[in-house]
Design a protein around this ligand. Structure first.
Ligand SMILES: Cc1cc2nc3c(=O)[nH]c(=O)nc-3n(C[C@H](O)[C@H](O)[C@H](O)COP(=O)(O)OP(=O)(O)OC[C@H]3O[C@@H](n4cnc5c(N)ncnc54)[C@H](O)[C@@H]3O)c2cc1C
Length: 427
């Protein structure tokens, strides 16, 4: 089809752009593209499994009673309101690259241009029993499950008179020394010590029975952060009584706990697996992918060898041109920046202009280490402490799409300064 010609002829069908995935990559692409194109000539459809956008960076606060679950999600229809993007809540099962359609529950949705941003899922690396015996933190339901598991364990611990059983119930292992594991460990230990034990003091719940461990296969925690901040994270967790094990590789998990490569067994009632993710792929015929399964893209974020499909976010392997040999990390800020380029490039193709290569500009890295403490690197300077904690909070608030959620979270955080976190078991 001659696209430029078709946009000038009102009798021709609209150009169809289909975006798969309503997360950081997909939702922002759809929104950005809608702002660039003429809705009379281009039809944009966003297809996503859930009808909400999930703000993953604050999931650990839901898992530890700091935020209510609905605070970290925004309805996609609300995000797209007034933007001429059609939304379909559906799971994409297949892509026909040759005939240019996607399949959702037996129905075919045609496209002229396709954007794939289906994200990632937990990687258990084939570790025996890991998927069966651990909880993970990837979706909203995971955060609610972890929160419920901890609350339920504490209620049981308040009932038992057996000291060993009580200690076991109040023990938690987090496997994964990346940012999610570190943030989660800091929040969970505070949740157990400052909130749940305070409530259950009269029934024998005591800080001395709590045992939170963080197990990392790497030599240091948060390896992607500068060394000063890696050390700061380790120190802060140790100060909070988290047992940190580095160079410790989990080889199996059972109902009793985690076995490490050196043969030691760490027992815990709750085991959380946040050791890594892998791309959530929908097969694109003819596309090439790297060893980990991420789809390799060219400099314009198009799937290599296919100029009708763009791929971004966690599912894409974009390796910057030049000296870089590793792809960009799986981060929300990468996906959001890529979404801008993908929208611009689709628009450029539609109007017959050249595309722009994607250039990533890191805005820095931030990590929270419980209430009142965060560490980060901004413009190559390292910062840590309570002020950084406020910066961290403000930065994240402004990454939400709506003021409604920003205000809701700001109010919840303010309430948390004066009252203990919520310990309601959610059904
Ligand atoms: C707990 C946690 C904390 C994190 N913290 C940070 C942080 O602090 N900073 C940071 O930069 N990054 C963080 N990340 C990483 C960040 O969330 C991802 O890099 C980012 O979400 C990637 O965007 P995406 O669009 O590729 O995927 P996602 O945002 O995951 O979106 C994928 C979307 O695709 C949908 N989907 C999947 N398969 C299909 C299908 N077959 N059909 C239809 N829809 C489908 C999903 O439902 C989802 O809506 C965190 C991740 C986690 C899990």
């Amino acid at each position: 089809m001659n696209i430029t010609e078709s946009t000038n002829n009102p009798m021709k069908e609209k150009i169809k752009v289909v975006v798969v995935g309503g997360g950081f990559g997909g939702a922002y692409t759809a929104k950005n593209l809608a702002a660039l194109v003429d809705p009379n000539k281009v039809e944009i459809t966003l297809v996503s499994k859930n009808n909400h956008f999930l703000f993953t960076p604050l999931l650990h606060e839901v898992a530890s009673g700091g935020l209510t679950p609905t605070s970290v999600v925004e309805p996609l229809r609300e995000i797209l309101r007034g933007s001429n993007v059609h939304f379909l809540q559906a799971e994409v099962k297949a892509i026909s690259e040759e005939k240019k359609f996607i399949t959702i529950s037996g129905e075919e949705i045609p496209y002229d241009y396709l954007v794939l941003s289906s994200g990632a899922e937990t990687n258990y690396y084939g570790v025996l029993g890991a998927e069966k015996h651990t909880h993970t933190l990837k979706d909203l339901s995971d955060a609610i499950t972890i929160r419920n598991r901890i609350i339920e364990a504490c209620e049981k611990a308040a009932l038992t008179t057996d000291e060993n059983e009580r200690r076991h119930l109040l023990s938690c292992i987090i496997v994964g020394g990346g940012a999610t594991g570190v943030e989660l460990a800091a929040e969970i230990v505070e949740y157990l010590e400052e909130t749940i034990c305070a409530y259950g003091k009269t029934q024998g719940l005591s800080q001395k029975d709590i045992n939170v461990s963080l197990i990392a296969a790497s030599a240091e925690l948060i390896p992607q952060f500068p060394q000063a901040l890696r050390r700061a994270a380790h120190e802060e967790l140790t100060k909070k009584d988290v047992n940190v094990f580095t160079n410790a590789q989990a080889v199996s998990v059972s109902t009793h706990g985690v076995t490490l490569a050196d043969g030691t067994v760490h027992s815990a009632h709750t085991v959380i697996w946040v050791a890594g993710v892998k791309p959530l792929r929908i097969e694109i015929p003819g596309a090439t992918s790297d060893k980990g399964g991420r789809v390799i893209t060219n400099q314009f974020l198009q799937v290599q060898g296919n100029n009708h499909i763009w791929c971004l976010g966690d599912v894409a392997n974009f390796t910057p041109a030049g000296t870089a040999t590793t792809p960009l990390p799986m981060l929300a800020q990468v996906a959001v920046q890529q979404a801008k380029t993908v929208a611009k490039n689709i628009h450029a193709v539609i109007v017959g202009q050249p595309q722009s290569p994607f250039v990533y500009k890191s805005k820095g890295l931030l990590i929270s280490l419980g209430q009142w403490y965060a560490a980060g690197t901004i413009f190559n300077f390292n910062f840590r402490g309570p002020v950084m904690w406020w910066v961290w909070r403000t930065v994240y608030l402004f990454n939400f799409h709506s003021w409604r959620k920003r205000l809701k979270i700001a109010v919840e955080w303010t309430i948390n300064l004066f009252y203990p976190r919520d310990i309601t078991y959610l059904r």
